[in-house]
Design a protein around this ligand. Structure first.
Ligand code: LMR
Length: 440
Protein backbone atom coordinates (compact mmCIF):
# COMPACT_ATOMS: atom_id res chain seq x y z
CA UNK A 1 0.00 0.00 0.00
CA UNK A 2 1.32 3.44 -0.87
CA UNK A 3 1.48 5.27 2.46
CA UNK A 4 3.70 8.03 1.13
CA UNK A 5 6.81 6.70 2.85
CA UNK A 6 10.01 6.26 0.84
CA UNK A 7 10.26 2.92 2.69
CA UNK A 8 6.65 1.95 2.01
CA UNK A 9 7.61 -0.99 -0.20
CA UNK A 10 9.64 -2.74 2.50
CA UNK A 11 8.52 -6.20 3.55
CA UNK A 12 8.53 -7.20 7.19
CA UNK A 13 11.78 -9.09 7.90
CA UNK A 14 11.58 -12.27 9.96
CA UNK A 15 12.99 -12.31 13.49
CA UNK A 16 16.50 -13.71 13.96
CA UNK A 17 16.29 -17.52 14.33
CA UNK A 18 18.10 -17.39 17.70
CA UNK A 19 17.47 -13.96 19.22
CA UNK A 20 13.87 -14.06 17.91
CA UNK A 21 13.21 -17.00 20.26
CA UNK A 22 13.69 -14.59 23.19
CA UNK A 23 11.29 -12.11 21.56
CA UNK A 24 8.61 -14.83 21.39
CA UNK A 25 9.40 -15.99 24.95
CA UNK A 26 9.02 -12.46 26.32
CA UNK A 27 5.52 -12.24 24.84
CA UNK A 28 4.33 -15.49 26.47
CA UNK A 29 2.33 -14.78 29.69
CA UNK A 30 2.58 -18.40 30.95
CA UNK A 31 4.22 -18.76 34.41
CA UNK A 32 5.72 -22.11 33.27
CA UNK A 33 7.58 -20.65 30.31
CA UNK A 34 11.22 -21.60 29.87
CA UNK A 35 13.74 -19.99 27.51
CA UNK A 36 16.28 -22.53 26.23
CA UNK A 37 16.87 -20.61 23.01
CA UNK A 38 19.71 -18.13 23.28
CA UNK A 39 23.01 -19.34 24.72
CA UNK A 40 23.07 -17.29 27.90
CA UNK A 41 23.95 -18.65 31.33
CA UNK A 42 21.33 -18.75 34.06
CA UNK A 43 21.66 -19.64 37.75
CA UNK A 44 19.76 -22.48 39.42
CA UNK A 45 17.14 -19.80 40.13
CA UNK A 46 16.87 -19.06 36.42
CA UNK A 47 18.50 -15.62 36.77
CA UNK A 48 21.31 -14.07 34.68
CA UNK A 49 24.65 -14.16 36.52
CA UNK A 50 27.19 -11.38 36.98
CA UNK A 51 30.39 -13.01 38.23
CA UNK A 52 31.68 -11.78 41.60
CA UNK A 53 35.06 -11.14 40.08
CA UNK A 54 33.43 -8.93 37.44
CA UNK A 55 31.64 -6.92 40.16
CA UNK A 56 35.00 -6.51 41.96
CA UNK A 57 36.74 -5.35 38.80
CA UNK A 58 33.95 -2.86 38.09
CA UNK A 59 34.22 -1.50 41.63
CA UNK A 60 37.96 -0.96 41.19
CA UNK A 61 37.35 0.83 37.90
CA UNK A 62 34.63 3.07 39.35
CA UNK A 63 36.81 3.99 42.35
CA UNK A 64 39.80 4.88 40.19
CA UNK A 65 39.42 8.65 39.75
CA UNK A 66 42.29 8.76 37.28
CA UNK A 67 40.22 6.91 34.70
CA UNK A 68 38.81 8.99 31.88
CA UNK A 69 36.48 8.36 28.95
CA UNK A 70 38.86 9.21 26.12
CA UNK A 71 38.72 7.27 22.84
CA UNK A 72 40.65 4.04 22.81
CA UNK A 73 43.11 3.53 19.95
CA UNK A 74 41.56 1.97 16.82
CA UNK A 75 42.95 -1.45 17.86
CA UNK A 76 41.55 -1.11 21.40
CA UNK A 77 43.09 -1.39 24.85
CA UNK A 78 46.73 -2.52 24.60
CA UNK A 79 46.73 -4.51 27.88
CA UNK A 80 43.52 -6.25 26.93
CA UNK A 81 44.95 -7.30 23.56
CA UNK A 82 48.17 -8.66 25.05
CA UNK A 83 46.36 -10.56 27.80
CA UNK A 84 43.76 -11.96 25.41
CA UNK A 85 46.45 -13.37 23.14
CA UNK A 86 48.17 -14.91 26.16
CA UNK A 87 44.89 -16.45 27.32
CA UNK A 88 44.16 -18.23 24.05
CA UNK A 89 47.68 -19.10 22.86
CA UNK A 90 49.22 -19.82 26.29
CA UNK A 91 51.70 -17.80 28.35
CA UNK A 92 54.71 -19.53 26.77
CA UNK A 93 53.53 -19.31 23.16
CA UNK A 94 56.50 -18.78 20.80
CA UNK A 95 54.22 -16.82 18.44
CA UNK A 96 53.65 -14.23 21.18
CA UNK A 97 57.29 -14.18 22.27
CA UNK A 98 58.36 -13.60 18.66
CA UNK A 99 55.77 -10.78 18.25
CA UNK A 100 54.13 -12.65 15.38
CA UNK A 101 50.57 -12.07 16.60
CA UNK A 102 48.46 -9.05 15.64
CA UNK A 103 45.59 -8.68 18.13
CA UNK A 104 42.80 -6.12 17.94
CA UNK A 105 39.93 -5.59 20.37
CA UNK A 106 36.57 -6.11 18.67
CA UNK A 107 32.86 -6.19 19.46
CA UNK A 108 32.73 -9.66 21.01
CA UNK A 109 33.03 -12.83 18.93
CA UNK A 110 30.73 -11.68 16.15
CA UNK A 111 32.60 -8.41 15.64
CA UNK A 112 35.92 -10.27 15.66
CA UNK A 113 34.67 -12.65 12.99
CA UNK A 114 33.40 -9.77 10.90
CA UNK A 115 36.62 -7.75 11.10
CA UNK A 116 38.67 -10.87 10.33
CA UNK A 117 36.43 -11.73 7.38
CA UNK A 118 36.55 -8.20 5.93
CA UNK A 119 40.34 -8.25 6.25
CA UNK A 120 40.51 -11.59 4.42
CA UNK A 121 38.12 -10.41 1.70
CA UNK A 122 40.46 -7.46 1.04
CA UNK A 123 43.87 -9.05 1.43
CA UNK A 124 43.73 -12.82 1.06
CA UNK A 125 43.93 -14.57 -2.29
CA UNK A 126 41.07 -17.04 -1.62
CA UNK A 127 37.52 -15.87 -0.97
CA UNK A 128 36.08 -19.32 -0.27
CA UNK A 129 35.40 -20.05 3.40
CA UNK A 130 34.31 -23.54 4.43
CA UNK A 131 32.00 -23.62 7.42
CA UNK A 132 30.81 -26.75 9.24
CA UNK A 133 27.38 -28.18 8.45
CA UNK A 134 25.58 -27.20 10.65
CA UNK A 135 27.07 -24.15 12.32
CA UNK A 136 25.95 -21.12 14.32
CA UNK A 137 23.20 -19.47 12.26
CA UNK A 138 24.97 -16.11 12.11
CA UNK A 139 28.22 -17.46 10.60
CA UNK A 140 27.10 -17.62 6.96
CA UNK A 141 25.60 -14.12 7.18
CA UNK A 142 28.71 -12.58 8.75
CA UNK A 143 31.01 -14.08 6.14
CA UNK A 144 28.79 -13.45 3.12
CA UNK A 145 28.26 -9.80 4.02
CA UNK A 146 32.01 -9.38 4.54
CA UNK A 147 32.53 -10.46 0.93
CA UNK A 148 33.60 -14.09 1.35
CA UNK A 149 32.06 -16.96 -0.51
CA UNK A 150 30.54 -19.48 1.91
CA UNK A 151 30.82 -23.25 1.31
CA UNK A 152 30.15 -26.05 3.78
CA UNK A 153 31.95 -29.16 4.96
CA UNK A 154 30.27 -32.17 6.52
CA UNK A 155 30.52 -32.13 10.31
CA UNK A 156 27.57 -33.67 12.12
CA UNK A 157 26.12 -37.12 11.59
CA UNK A 158 22.42 -37.19 12.57
CA UNK A 159 22.51 -40.99 12.70
CA UNK A 160 25.12 -41.14 15.47
CA UNK A 161 24.50 -37.63 16.79
CA UNK A 162 28.27 -37.38 16.71
CA UNK A 163 31.03 -36.23 14.36
CA UNK A 164 31.03 -37.22 10.70
CA UNK A 165 34.79 -37.37 10.73
CA UNK A 166 35.14 -39.19 7.42
CA UNK A 167 32.87 -36.67 5.69
CA UNK A 168 34.82 -33.80 7.24
CA UNK A 169 38.15 -35.16 5.99
CA UNK A 170 36.75 -35.80 2.52
CA UNK A 171 35.26 -32.32 2.19
CA UNK A 172 38.33 -30.48 3.48
CA UNK A 173 40.47 -32.76 1.32
CA UNK A 174 38.46 -31.66 -1.72
CA UNK A 175 38.55 -27.93 -0.86
CA UNK A 176 40.66 -25.75 -3.16
CA UNK A 177 44.16 -25.09 -1.93
CA UNK A 178 44.34 -22.00 0.27
CA UNK A 179 40.63 -21.99 1.16
CA UNK A 180 39.69 -20.57 4.56
CA UNK A 181 38.20 -23.05 7.03
CA UNK A 182 36.06 -22.00 9.97
CA UNK A 183 36.73 -24.19 13.01
CA UNK A 184 34.91 -24.01 16.35
CA UNK A 185 37.75 -24.09 18.90
CA UNK A 186 35.62 -26.06 21.38
CA UNK A 187 31.97 -26.69 22.28
CA UNK A 188 30.71 -26.64 18.71
CA UNK A 189 27.55 -24.56 18.37
CA UNK A 190 24.85 -25.89 17.80
CA UNK A 191 25.84 -29.57 18.03
CA UNK A 192 28.00 -29.80 21.17
CA UNK A 193 30.13 -32.28 19.19
CA UNK A 194 33.91 -31.71 19.16
CA UNK A 195 36.69 -33.69 17.47
CA UNK A 196 38.98 -35.63 19.83
CA UNK A 197 42.58 -34.43 20.15
CA UNK A 198 43.69 -37.20 17.78
CA UNK A 199 41.09 -36.08 15.25
CA UNK A 200 42.19 -32.46 15.65
CA UNK A 201 45.72 -33.57 14.86
CA UNK A 202 44.54 -35.27 11.66
CA UNK A 203 42.56 -32.17 10.70
CA UNK A 204 45.65 -30.04 11.32
CA UNK A 205 47.85 -32.26 9.17
CA UNK A 206 45.35 -32.29 6.34
CA UNK A 207 44.81 -28.53 6.45
CA UNK A 208 48.49 -27.70 6.59
CA UNK A 209 49.30 -30.14 3.76
CA UNK A 210 46.74 -28.36 1.55
CA UNK A 211 47.59 -24.84 2.70
CA UNK A 212 44.04 -24.30 4.06
CA UNK A 213 43.81 -21.24 6.33
CA UNK A 214 42.28 -21.91 9.78
CA UNK A 215 39.88 -19.32 11.19
CA UNK A 216 38.96 -20.33 14.74
CA UNK A 217 35.83 -19.15 16.49
CA UNK A 218 36.60 -19.41 20.21
CA UNK A 219 33.40 -18.44 21.99
CA UNK A 220 33.57 -20.86 24.93
CA UNK A 221 37.13 -21.05 26.26
CA UNK A 222 36.89 -22.51 29.78
CA UNK A 223 33.14 -22.77 29.53
CA UNK A 224 33.15 -26.21 27.90
CA UNK A 225 35.39 -28.36 30.10
CA UNK A 226 35.89 -25.88 32.94
CA UNK A 227 39.59 -25.56 32.01
CA UNK A 228 40.87 -22.57 30.04
CA UNK A 229 43.89 -24.53 28.81
CA UNK A 230 42.02 -27.68 27.79
CA UNK A 231 39.51 -25.66 25.77
CA UNK A 232 42.32 -23.87 23.89
CA UNK A 233 44.12 -27.07 22.83
CA UNK A 234 42.85 -27.14 19.26
CA UNK A 235 44.02 -23.57 18.63
CA UNK A 236 47.38 -24.15 20.31
CA UNK A 237 47.99 -27.23 18.17
CA UNK A 238 47.72 -25.14 15.02
CA UNK A 239 49.88 -22.34 16.42
CA UNK A 240 52.57 -24.78 17.59
CA UNK A 241 53.35 -25.86 14.03
CA UNK A 242 54.46 -22.33 13.14
CA UNK A 243 51.71 -21.86 10.55
CA UNK A 244 49.31 -18.94 10.24
CA UNK A 245 45.75 -18.71 11.52
CA UNK A 246 43.03 -16.35 12.71
CA UNK A 247 41.23 -16.56 16.05
CA UNK A 248 38.06 -14.74 17.13
CA UNK A 249 37.66 -14.66 20.92
CA UNK A 250 34.58 -13.78 22.93
CA UNK A 251 34.22 -12.98 26.63
CA UNK A 252 30.42 -13.15 26.46
CA UNK A 253 30.10 -16.61 27.97
CA UNK A 254 33.28 -17.25 29.94
CA UNK A 255 33.15 -13.91 31.81
CA UNK A 256 29.41 -13.43 31.41
CA UNK A 257 30.03 -10.11 29.62
CA UNK A 258 27.35 -10.67 26.97
CA UNK A 259 26.07 -7.11 26.65
CA UNK A 260 29.50 -5.48 27.06
CA UNK A 261 30.42 -6.79 23.60
CA UNK A 262 34.03 -7.57 24.37
CA UNK A 263 36.23 -9.82 22.27
CA UNK A 264 39.41 -9.94 20.25
CA UNK A 265 40.67 -10.93 16.83
CA UNK A 266 44.20 -12.34 16.64
CA UNK A 267 46.04 -13.08 13.44
CA UNK A 268 49.08 -15.29 13.90
CA UNK A 269 51.67 -14.55 11.22
CA UNK A 270 55.02 -16.00 10.15
CA UNK A 271 57.09 -12.99 11.14
CA UNK A 272 56.85 -9.90 13.35
CA UNK A 273 57.16 -7.70 10.29
CA UNK A 274 54.12 -9.29 8.65
CA UNK A 275 52.17 -9.02 11.93
CA UNK A 276 52.87 -5.28 12.06
CA UNK A 277 51.59 -4.80 8.50
CA UNK A 278 48.54 -6.95 9.22
CA UNK A 279 47.73 -4.78 12.23
CA UNK A 280 48.05 -1.62 10.16
CA UNK A 281 45.55 -3.03 7.64
CA UNK A 282 43.16 -4.16 10.36
CA UNK A 283 43.02 -0.53 11.48
CA UNK A 284 41.82 0.43 8.00
CA UNK A 285 39.03 -2.14 8.30
CA UNK A 286 37.95 -0.98 11.77
CA UNK A 287 38.13 2.83 11.48
CA UNK A 288 35.34 3.24 8.87
CA UNK A 289 33.24 0.53 10.55
CA UNK A 290 32.95 1.75 14.17
CA UNK A 291 36.04 3.93 14.60
CA UNK A 292 37.33 2.35 17.80
CA UNK A 293 35.96 -0.11 20.36
CA UNK A 294 34.22 0.60 23.71
CA UNK A 295 36.36 0.91 26.83
CA UNK A 296 34.37 -0.55 29.71
CA UNK A 297 34.19 -4.29 28.95
CA UNK A 298 37.81 -4.50 27.86
CA UNK A 299 38.87 -2.72 31.06
CA UNK A 300 36.99 -5.28 33.15
CA UNK A 301 38.71 -8.15 31.31
CA UNK A 302 42.16 -6.57 31.55
CA UNK A 303 41.71 -5.87 35.28
CA UNK A 304 40.86 -9.52 35.92
CA UNK A 305 43.47 -11.07 33.63
CA UNK A 306 46.40 -9.07 34.95
CA UNK A 307 45.75 -9.67 38.65
CA UNK A 308 46.68 -13.24 39.63
CA UNK A 309 44.25 -13.31 42.56
CA UNK A 310 41.33 -12.13 40.46
CA UNK A 311 42.34 -14.44 37.64
CA UNK A 312 42.24 -17.41 40.03
CA UNK A 313 38.84 -16.36 41.33
CA UNK A 314 37.60 -16.14 37.77
CA UNK A 315 38.73 -19.70 36.99
CA UNK A 316 36.81 -20.96 40.03
CA UNK A 317 33.62 -19.15 39.00
CA UNK A 318 34.06 -20.29 35.42
CA UNK A 319 34.46 -23.91 36.46
CA UNK A 320 31.32 -23.63 38.60
CA UNK A 321 29.33 -22.50 35.52
CA UNK A 322 30.76 -25.31 33.37
CA UNK A 323 30.07 -27.87 36.11
CA UNK A 324 26.48 -26.71 36.52
CA UNK A 325 25.91 -27.22 32.80
CA UNK A 326 27.46 -30.70 32.93
CA UNK A 327 25.20 -31.53 35.86
CA UNK A 328 22.16 -30.35 33.86
CA UNK A 329 23.15 -32.79 31.13
CA UNK A 330 23.26 -35.63 33.64
CA UNK A 331 19.96 -34.65 35.23
CA UNK A 332 18.15 -34.40 31.90
CA UNK A 333 19.57 -37.72 30.74
CA UNK A 334 18.50 -39.42 33.96
CA UNK A 335 15.06 -37.81 33.81
CA UNK A 336 14.47 -39.11 30.29
CA UNK A 337 15.91 -42.58 30.95
CA UNK A 338 14.08 -43.00 34.24
CA UNK A 339 10.68 -42.09 32.92
CA UNK A 340 8.24 -44.92 33.30
CA UNK A 341 10.41 -46.76 35.80
CA UNK A 342 8.67 -44.66 38.41
CA UNK A 343 5.46 -46.26 37.30
CA UNK A 344 6.70 -49.80 37.87
CA UNK A 345 6.71 -49.77 41.71
CA UNK A 346 3.43 -47.95 41.56
CA UNK A 347 2.08 -50.61 39.31
CA UNK A 348 3.06 -53.30 41.77
CA UNK A 349 0.96 -51.58 44.35
CA UNK A 350 -1.88 -50.75 42.08
CA UNK A 351 -2.23 -54.05 40.30
CA UNK A 352 -5.41 -53.01 38.68
CA UNK A 353 -3.67 -50.00 37.16
CA UNK A 354 -1.18 -52.35 35.52
CA UNK A 355 -4.00 -54.30 33.98
CA UNK A 356 -5.55 -51.13 32.64
CA UNK A 357 -2.19 -49.95 31.28
CA UNK A 358 -1.51 -53.34 29.70
CA UNK A 359 -4.87 -53.24 28.03
CA UNK A 360 -4.23 -49.70 26.78
CA UNK A 361 -0.82 -50.66 25.39
CA UNK A 362 -2.21 -53.71 23.66
CA UNK A 363 -4.94 -51.61 22.15
CA UNK A 364 -2.22 -49.07 21.17
CA UNK A 365 -4.01 -46.43 23.19
CA UNK A 366 -0.79 -45.56 25.03
CA UNK A 367 2.87 -45.97 24.13
CA UNK A 368 5.03 -48.66 25.75
CA UNK A 369 7.48 -45.83 26.41
CA UNK A 370 5.51 -44.82 29.48
CA UNK A 371 6.89 -47.97 31.08
CA UNK A 372 10.41 -48.04 29.65
CA UNK A 373 11.61 -44.43 29.51
CA UNK A 374 11.49 -41.96 26.65
CA UNK A 375 11.98 -43.84 23.37
CA UNK A 376 15.31 -43.43 21.64
CA UNK A 377 18.93 -43.21 22.70
CA UNK A 378 19.53 -40.02 24.68
CA UNK A 379 23.16 -40.68 25.57
CA UNK A 380 24.21 -37.80 23.28
CA UNK A 381 22.94 -35.45 25.98
CA UNK A 382 25.86 -36.49 28.20
CA UNK A 383 28.33 -37.07 25.37
CA UNK A 384 28.00 -33.61 23.85
CA UNK A 385 29.92 -30.73 25.41
CA UNK A 386 29.40 -27.04 26.12
CA UNK A 387 26.38 -24.86 26.31
CA UNK A 388 24.15 -26.73 23.88
CA UNK A 389 22.54 -30.11 23.37
CA UNK A 390 21.56 -30.87 19.80
CA UNK A 391 18.60 -33.02 20.74
CA UNK A 392 17.62 -34.45 17.38
CA UNK A 393 14.07 -33.14 17.90
CA UNK A 394 12.58 -31.89 14.65
CA UNK A 395 10.92 -28.53 14.06
CA UNK A 396 7.38 -29.96 14.50
CA UNK A 397 8.35 -31.44 17.85
CA UNK A 398 9.93 -28.13 18.88
CA UNK A 399 6.78 -26.23 17.85
CA UNK A 400 4.69 -28.71 19.86
CA UNK A 401 6.86 -28.20 22.96
CA UNK A 402 6.55 -24.44 22.63
CA UNK A 403 2.79 -24.54 22.14
CA UNK A 404 1.92 -27.15 24.77
CA UNK A 405 4.71 -26.69 27.33
CA UNK A 406 5.86 -23.07 26.77
CA UNK A 407 9.41 -24.26 26.21
CA UNK A 408 11.31 -21.97 23.84
CA UNK A 409 14.24 -23.27 21.80
CA UNK A 410 15.60 -22.91 18.26
CA UNK A 411 13.69 -24.84 15.61
CA UNK A 412 16.72 -27.05 14.83
CA UNK A 413 16.21 -28.79 18.18
CA UNK A 414 19.08 -27.06 19.99
CA UNK A 415 18.66 -26.65 23.74
CA UNK A 416 20.71 -24.21 25.79
CA UNK A 417 21.62 -26.37 28.79
CA UNK A 418 22.75 -23.22 30.60
CA UNK A 419 19.12 -22.09 30.74
CA UNK A 420 18.00 -25.23 32.62
CA UNK A 421 17.88 -25.80 36.38
CA UNK A 422 17.14 -28.79 38.63
CA UNK A 423 13.64 -27.34 39.04
CA UNK A 424 12.92 -27.13 35.32
CA UNK A 425 14.47 -30.44 34.19
CA UNK A 426 11.27 -32.45 34.93
CA UNK A 427 9.18 -29.99 32.89
CA UNK A 428 11.58 -30.30 29.95
CA UNK A 429 11.68 -34.10 30.26
CA UNK A 430 7.87 -34.18 30.25
CA UNK A 431 7.81 -32.01 27.14
CA UNK A 432 10.43 -34.08 25.28
CA UNK A 433 8.69 -37.30 26.25
CA UNK A 434 5.35 -36.01 24.99
CA UNK A 435 6.90 -34.63 21.80
CA UNK A 436 8.64 -37.90 20.99
CA UNK A 437 5.74 -40.16 21.83
CA UNK A 438 2.99 -38.02 20.33
CA UNK A 439 4.75 -36.31 17.43
CA UNK A 440 7.21 -39.15 16.67
C1 LMR B 1 23.79 -18.43 20.63
O1 LMR B 1 24.16 -19.16 19.69
O2 LMR B 1 22.72 -18.59 21.22
C2 LMR B 1 24.69 -17.31 21.09
O3 LMR B 1 25.91 -17.36 20.45
C3 LMR B 1 24.03 -16.00 21.07
C4 LMR B 1 23.85 -15.42 19.69
O4 LMR B 1 24.26 -14.28 19.50
O5 LMR B 1 23.30 -16.10 18.81
Amino acid sequence: MDCGSVFGSLVQAPEDPILGVTVAYNKDPSPDKLNLGVGAYRTEEGKPLVLNVVRQAEQLLVNDQSRVKEYLPIVGLADFNKLSAKLIFGADSPAIQENRVATVQCLSGTGSLRVGAEFLARHYHQLAIYIPQPTWGNHPKVFTLAGLSVKTYRYYDPATRGLNFQGLLEDLGAAPSGAIVLLHACAHNPTGVDPTLEQWEQIRQLMRSKGLLPFFDSAYQGFASGSLDADAQSVRMFVADGGECLVAQSYAKNMGLYGERVGALSIVCKTADVARKVESQLKLVIRPMYSNPPIHGASIVATILKDSKMYDEWTVELKAMADRIISMREQLFVALSARGFLLIPLSLIFYSLVLVLAFKILSKDISISYLTGTPGDWSHIIKQIGMFTFTGLNSEQVAFMTKEYHIYMTSDGRISMAGLSSKTVPHLADAIHAAVTRMG
